[in-house]
Design a protein around this ligand. Structure first.
Ligand SMILES: C[S@@+](CC[C@H](N)C(=O)[O-])C[C@H]1O[C@@H](n2cnc3c(N)ncnc32)[C@H](O)[C@@H]1O
Length: 771
């Protein structure tokens, strides 16, 4: 305690404070106050005597008293009763206590607590957090809070707390006694710890257990009792983590004794014992840590088995982090350098993709090599092609081989990481480390990634989504696959998991235990869907109706119904964009307009399933594609220069097979007119596209004027696309009505999936030599 003098009147100076002009002014104010407010109905004599009493009290305080900060008392005296006693004594002896506004509340509560004999702390205030200070603050809060918030006080009778109280684990020494007081000072002043009171409370309880008479350093002489203390705490059911935190407090206390006191000179023997004691505490600590991790595993197992987690929950981070990921992906295509933060976002996203969507173990992600990446194999699928990477999980023995099957878009992402981001990371790597060069995923420091699971949970934390790891994702998918008994559902999940045909087949074989069970589920689903047909905008039936119809199968049937409806909804959105992959914004806008309030789908669901309509030609006069033709705002393309060919048109995103990439924009004229113009401008002139229209007539699109007269501010890509026999585009003519008039549009459609940063070309029907 550091009492401060309230003022500094010279002792024995009889003129003070009577002649002090500030005091006299204050007392004149007080008289006015008493007259006008507090004692306005009292007699003049009463008012004067009250004023004199106040003046005398003030003089007395100035002469004898000091100012004491109540917060200093809190640090010194752990028990509120003790503090109350000292406060009343200090006040009696003319001291002024500041910051004691809650004292009345504390006094009332201490009284109540004594009467009801419920002085155990609440569960939240278990050992590691319940220094008396905390308890007292909580008491004050309870007193001040509305009645519905006082629950915690009545919760004090749980088994654990009862047992703790009965065993005396809440007893503690006063914090003003050594060595506790010294330790508190050390924490406050040297270590600048804000939560010193928690730790002090823990130590004082521990020291009480070791010696109830007084807090003493002798605890270090009795490792057996120390061990017993922790065993007993464990027996009453204190959480392993709490125990471990508590042990940490004891260790830091003993470390303080060894390091920050003069014990080595004042008592060398006790000093040595303290050091040995510290080592033994480490042993207890490591046993406890093992128990903690066992408890963690137990908890993890419980969460893993949780029935409520859906696959959508598992891959949530991929959806949330995708816009930023795609932005970075776009940036990699322009040659501006990426920030480390953006590059790491890209890396973490790919790690998450492999662990959550492709359900690969962290070790596969960690061990994948450059060679394994470079020897990936193309595999034809119904929807294009996949790229299969085989990873030897265990680098020392070649037992387990994991297979990752990426779709084209994912392959392009990985390729960008490999070609653009990884080489930047490699620049920080130790050139002698051969190992780094071989590992596919390396971090910004140039070293192989250390712990993909940690990267994943960091990424999930950053995006504020639940921390679901790859193991849990695998469990969830297995559970869902087992539960869904119809082939349609299994197909959905297998498709969702995007497995290689082999793996998908394996998963499809996962069936509910008996064939009989399968049949029952199948029947139930059939019945359910007959009664409650799945529609795009319908609502699923109420639970009561579901139970009435299919009894205990209601949940499974309802889940199927919902999955099928989502599938219908996704298709409904896709149907709006038959020729071109829509942007996320377009999809969102359409979904929002539908007002599907339950069983919602996300733009990502749609975009990952999008593919061009099978009957594309019919859709080529649809409003969305004609809007692009009119505006010439084709996205996903850029113009680059090539030394030989001149201008080239390159992609900045992936295009699916059959997707419309752009049109060959120009003015429609007859073949004869086209030929005439062409000859007149010279046969080398570029920008004439000759074709036959739907009636078999020869026509020409004249695009040779640059810039195009109707879109002077736009690049009209079609006329800049070069010729190749090994092309990736094919022109198709479509006659459409624009402003009431027939007009031919030459669309350029992808003949195969086109990757990012690929040059576009079509067959001019000429020989290359002719250029
Ligand atoms: C419609 S333009 C294409 C855009 C053109 N590269 C430019 O710079 O404007 C056609 C012309 O491009 C050039 N070109 C097209 N394909 C080519 C190729 N495969 N090799 C070399 N030059 C080519 C020829 O000069 C040809 O006359």
């Amino acid at each position: 305690m550091t009492p401060k003098k309230a003022m500094s009147p010279e002792k024995n100076d009889s003129r003070l404070p009577v002649d002090c002009k500030f005091c006299n002014k204050a007392f004149r104010k007080l008289t006015r106050h008493l007259n006008g407010k507090s004692m306005k109905d009292a007699s003049k004599d009463d008012i004067m005597s009250m004023r004199d009493a106040a003046r005398n009290a003030a003089y007395e305080h100035l002469e004898k008293g000091m100012v004491v900060d109540y917060r200093d008392l809190e640090g010194l005296l752990s028990l509120p009763e003790d503090r109350l006693k000292i406060v009343s004594w200090l006040e009696e002896t003319k001291h002024i206590i500041i910051n004691k506004k809650s004292l009345q509340v504390v006094a009332t509560h201490v009284k109540e607590a004594r009467q009801s004999k419920t002085s155990e702390p609440s569960e939240e205030q278990s050992l590691e957090t319940d220094a008396s200070e905390t308890k007292m603050e909580d008491m004050i809060t309870e007193q001040d809070s509305p009645p519905h918030q006082r629950e915690r006080k009545t919760n004090w009778s749980t088994k654990l707390r009862k047992a703790m109280t009965e065993r005396g684990f809440y007893n503690q020494h006063n914090l003003d006694k050594e060595p506790l007081a010294g330790y508190i000072n050390y924490m406050k002043r040297d270590k600048e710890k804000n939560n010193w009171s928690q730790e002090a409370g823990n130590i004082s309880k521990f020291l009480y257990y070791m010696d109830p008479k007084k807090p003493s350093l002798n605890c270090v002489r009795d490792i057996k009792k120390t061990q017993r203390f922790f065993n007993e705490l464990s027996d009453v059911g204190l959480a392993k983590q709490t125990l471990s935190n508590y042990l940490k407090s004891v260790k830091s206390f003993v470390r303080y004794i060894v390091v920050a006191t003069s014990l080595s000179t004042t008592d060398p023997e006790l000093y040595t014992i303290s050091r040995q004691y510290l080592e033994k505490l480490e042993d207890i600590s490591s046993t406890l840590s093992k128990q903690v991790s066992k408890a963690d595993v137990g908890k993890r197992h419980q969460t893993l088995m949780s029935e409520n987690t859906t696959l959508a929950d598992c891959v949530l981070v991929l959806n949330v982090a995708k816009p930023k990921f795609l932005e970075v992906f776009g940036n990699t295509l322009s040659d501006c350098p990426l920030s480390t933060e953006d590059s790491l976002h890209f890396l973490y996203y790919l790690e998450a993709l492999l662990m959550l969507k492709h359900m690969q173990c962290p070790s596969v992600v960690k061990n994948m090599t450059v060679e394994e990446w470079c020897t990936r194999k193309e595999e034809k699928t119904n929807s294009g092609k996949n790229f299969v990477i085989s990873v030897r999980e265990n680098k020392t023995g070649a037992q387990a081989v994991a297979t990752i099957s990426l779709d084209q878009e994912e392959e392009a992402w990985m390729d960008v990481y490999y070609k653009k981001i990884r080489p930047e990371f490699l620049k920080s790597c130790d050139p002698d480390k051969e190992e780094t060069k071989d590992i596919f995923f390396i971090s910004s420091t140039g070293s192989p990634i250390y712990n993909p699971s940690n990267d994943l949970s960091k990424f999930q934390r950053k995006h504020k989504v639940p921390p679901i790891n790859s193991q849990r994702t695998r469990r969830v998918s297995e559970r869902i696959l087992k539960k869904y008994s119809t082939d349609a559902q299994k197909e959905l999940v297998a498709e969702y998991l995007s497995h290689t045909p082999d793996t998908a087949e394996k998963h499809l074989k996962l069936k509910t235990t008996t064939a009989h069970g399968d049949d029952l589920d199948l029947e139930a689903n059939k019945l359910f869907q007959e009664h409650f047909p799945v529609t795009v905008s319908g609502k699923p039936p109420h639970k009561k109706m579901r139970i009435n119809l299919v009894g205990s199968n209601e949940k499974a049937c309802n889940d199927t119904w919902r999955v099928l409806q989502q599938k219908l909804r996704i298709q409904d959105v896709i149907d709006q964009f038959p020729c071109r992959r829509p942007s996320e914004r377009q999809v969102k806008k359409y979904i929002d307009r539908q007002e599907w309030l339950t069983n919602q789908i996300t733009p990502t669901d749609v975009l990952s399933d999008w593919k061009p309509a099978e009957r594309m030609v019919e859709a080529l006069d649809g409003p969305a594609i004609l809007k692009l033709v009119k505006s010439q705002r084709w996205k996903g393309l850029i113009v680059k220069d090539d030394e030989i060919k001149g201008k080239t048109v390159m992609t900045t995103r992936i295009f699916a097979k059959d997707e419309v990439v752009c049109d060959y924009h120009g003015i429609q004229i007859s073949k004869a007119e086209g030929k005439r113009l062409w000859m007149a401008t010279g046969q080398d002139a570029m920008g004439y596209f000759f074709y036959k229209n739907s009636r078999g007539q020869g026509c020409c699109i004249d695009a040779h004027t640059v810039p195009c007269p109707c879109h002077p501010d736009r690049v009209t890509y079609g006329r800049l696309i070069n010729h190749s026999k090994k092309n990736n585009l094919k022109p198709i003519a479509k006659t459409v009505k624009i402003d009431g008039k027939d007009q031919d549009i030459i669309y350029l459609k992808a003949t195969r999936p086109i990757l990012c940063d690929e040059e576009l070309s079509f067959d001019y029907g000429v020989r290359l030599k002719s250029f």
